[in-house]
Design a binder for this molecule. Structure first.
Ligand code: HXC
Length: 260
């Protein structure tokens, strides 16, 4: 379905982002990924190239605009104009606001929000126009205030507003921009960091209206839908992939995750 399409996933070397990249690779797309650590890039490129066409990997910290610009240019050189751009680099730790230094707060805002801007800003000139699709990977914290997550809440709210603003600015060029919002996804670094009391995993799953934790494939399938022609008239949406969790169980779930 995505044969000869170039899908660039910023931060696509682990977790949900790698799962999304794998979904596109299996659907025939040419992948590019970049992140901070060479060994993670090498492992991701090997796995993606086994699942689909030869993938390209680069090194960049999304907080560094010049690194992002160069990594995107190298990806375009290797794989051609970008048909689908997934921006998913993120950072997280549990900390009350009073325990955070300005640098701690700024680090997460720098990765999640500024990083998203850098990726989208420098990819824009290389997007297939009309027709390109951008997917920002956000989080329920964007609209659900959560304890010990002030940095993430602020950053992800900004990401979703970038999604909506750029859907308006870039729509006339034929570029769609949407946010995909993973809920509690099993086996991810986000869950490992936030689910402090691992014995509460089953209890957390019970707070999901659909009765289970998500899988990375649940996110990948929705990313494929958003990038497909079936979603050609969908832009500026913030789409939870969470089994209904953000409607019904988030407050309770966070209490459990933090051992309360
Ligand atoms: C208070 C902390 C802290 C903590 C770090 N800091 N951890 N402050 N409590 N637990 C502070 C440091 O002291 C420092 O401030 C500043 O943050 C930067 O820390 P560094 O370690 O120097 O930064 P860096 O090496 O760049 O690492 C960035 C990071 C790290 C965000 C801190 O955790 C990281 O690399 N994360 C990437 C992977 C990740 O987090 N994935 C999960 C994403 S899940 P000072 O003032 O001391 O210099 C997600 C959504 C989940 O985003 C949604 C689930 C529903």
């Amino acid at each position: 379905m995505f044969e000869n399409k170039h899908v660039l996933v910023a931060g696509g070397t682990s977790g949900i982002n790698l799962g999304i990249a794998m979904g596109f690779a299996k659907a025939g797309a040419k992948l590019s990924v970049f992140s901070r650590k060479q060994e993670k890039v090498d492992a991701a490129v090997a796995a993606l190239s086994e699942a689909g066409p030869k993938a390209h990997g680069g090194i960049a910290d999304v907080r560094q605009p010049e690194q992002v610009k160069d990594a995107i240019a190298a990806a375009v050189q290797a794989q051609g104009p970008i048909d689908v751009l997934v921006s998913g680099a993120a950072g997280n730790f549990l900390a009350p606001a009073v325990a955070m230094s300005p640098n701690a707060f700024g680090t997460v805002v720098g990765i999640d929000l500024n990083g998203t801007f850098h990726v989208l800003r420098y990819a824009f000139d290389h997007l297939t126009k009309p027709g390109a699709c951008i997917i920002n990977v956000s989080a329920p914290q964007a609209w659900i205030p959560m304890m010990a997550q002030a940095h993430v809440c602020a950053a992800k709210a900004g990401v979703d507003m970038l999604t909506k603003t750029l859907a308006m600015e870039w729509g006339p060029a034929g570029v769609r921009v949407n946010s995909l919002v993973p809920g509690p996804i099993d086996g991810t670094e986000g869950m490992a960091r936030l689910l402090v009391d691992k014995s509460k995993k089953d209890a957390l799953a019970k707070t999901v209206p659909l009765g289970r934790l998500g899988q990375v494939e649940d996110c990948a399938d929705v990313a494929l839908f958003l990038a497909s022609d079936a979603a050609r008239y969908v832009s500026g949406v913030v789409l939870p992939v969470d089994g209904g969790w953000s409607l019904a169980g988030a407050t309770l779930a966070m209490g459990q995750m933090m051992g309360g």
